[in-house]
Design a protein around this ligand. Structure first.
Ligand SMILES: [Cu+2]
Length: 109
């Protein structure tokens, strides 16, 4: 949650009075933002891994109209810990501001 960290850093750097008035706008922005950040569910098998990324041969993802394919996903935070190559997984992902697909949650099936 880089954005949250940034938001808190911002809040900390401005005065309390300003922070109070800023809060409403920030909440509003976050609410609007979350509408774009739709979570999608996928199933697949982990094919490869590198720092902060997993390659998954995923099944079709109806919510995105994606066929099955093998692709790399970014991992958010601790997502992916304990997951190994060859694991069959269920995952939840969303597209970030840079249009990259990021796995927020992944678990072995
Ligand atoms: Cu894909």
């Amino acid at each position: 949650m880089k954005q949250l960290t940034l938001a808190f850093a911002l809040l900390a750097s401005i005065g309390l009075a300003q922070a109070a008035s800023h809060e409403h706008d920030m909440n509003h922005d976050m609410a609007a933002h979350s509408e774009h950040m739709t979570m999608h569910q996928g199933m697949g098998v982990v094919k490869a891994a590198k720092a902060g990324k997993l390659q998954i041969a995923h099944e079709p993802i109806p919510s995105l109209d994606w066929p099955s394919m093998t692709m790399w996903f970014d991992l958010n935070g601790h997502a992916g810990h304990g997951i190994q190559i060859g694991d069959r997984v269920h995952f939840e992902m969303m597209q970030n501001e840079k249009k990259k697909w990021v796995i927020e949650k992944i678990e072995k099936q």
